[in-house]
Ligand binder design. Structure first.
Ligand SMILES: [Zn+2]
Length: 291
């Protein structure tokens, strides 16, 4: 999981959201607000939300993949704070991210935990059974908010032992630990076997691409470039060598940055000190650290 670079909504979309939100905020009873939030959300206009969705797609790290699992196509607009518990955030742009149906409907759903009292380390589960409504005491959430927090400050991926599971970076008993632990559990990041496998495959892909990049960078003839591109790439030997080399380096960079599991890539860079091969390759291509 990575922090997202937020983009600004157009004025028309902002006004559309504000008008919808006002219909909820004008109600006085919490249950009415929650019910209104659901009905307005279910009946929302696709035209206005097409633009919102396309902006959220642009905010996805790498290609349009779920910002939670980083594995599946991102299809659903997700409320970071569930609208059932926080109807006041139903039509709030900063509460939206784009995720896959599996993460949205099978894992996160309307589950939520807060710290109560606010700023303490005491945790309260504010998840409610269906058709029951109760306003949570506050919005001091455990769940990591990728519009605001950098999950890499809270989590670390175990690459060295090749388990590809996420580990809490802070010691037990801290707020940071509770937040990381809850986020991992809620999204099933370590329990979903396919995700662990996919993270491992991604790590192997990234290291092989990095190797190709370094080989291409160090080559001084067309044969060297040919060895660096894969079966689906081609080298134009009629072109100027240096221009062709630049083109190939750019295309290898693109395949890395557009691949699924960008967190694996970021972790490889962050943990390069204990990853011997990665470190050696990065010594030859330090510019990669700024990508
Ligand atoms: Zn997902």
């Amino acid at each position: 999981m990575l922090k997202l670079n937020s983009k600004n909504l157009t004025r028309i979309s902002s006004e559309h959201l504000a008008a919808k939100q006002k219909l909820i905020d004008d109600l006085s009873v919490f249950e009415e607000k929650a019910r209104k939030a659901k009905s307005l959300w279910d009946g929302k206009s696709s035209v206005a939300f097409d633009e919102i969705k396309s902006l959220l797609k642009k905010m996805c790290v790498s290609v349009e993949i779920c910002v939670y699992c980083e594995n599946n196509e991102a299809t659903d607009i997700e409320h970071i704070y569930p609208k059932k518990l926080y109807p006041k955030k139903t039509f709030i742009w900063k509460n939206y991210i784009l995720v896959c149906g599996k993460c949205n409907s099978h894992h996160k759903k309307d589950k939520f935990k807060i710290f109560k009292p606010k700023n303490s380390v005491n945790v309260e589960d504010v998840t409610l059974p269906p058709k029951t409504y109760r306003k949570p005491a506050n919005d001091d959430a455990l769940f990591l908010n990728q519009r605001k927090n950098d999950p890499m400050e809270f989590l670390e991926l175990d690459l060295l032992n090749r388990t590809f599971i996420f580990i809490e970076k802070f010691p037990a008993g801290t707020r940071e630990y509770e937040r990381a632990k809850y986020t991992i559990e809620l999204l099933g990041l370590n329990k979903r076997g396919a995700l662990k496998k996919a993270r491992e495959s991604a790590a192997l892909f990234f290291i092989s691409r990095l190797e190709k990049y370094v080989n291409a960078k160090n080559s001084n003839n067309f044969q060297g470039l040919k060895d660096a591109v894969d079966d689906f790439g081609s080298v134009d030997e009629t072109s100027n060598f240096n221009q062709e080399k630049t083109r190939i380096l750019k295309s290898i960079k693109k395949t890395i940055l557009e691949n699924q599991h960008p967190t694996v890539w970021k972790e490889m860079l962050r943990q390069r000190g204990i990853l011997l091969k990665t470190n050696r390759l990065l010594d030859d291509a330090p510019e990669v650290l700024t990508w």
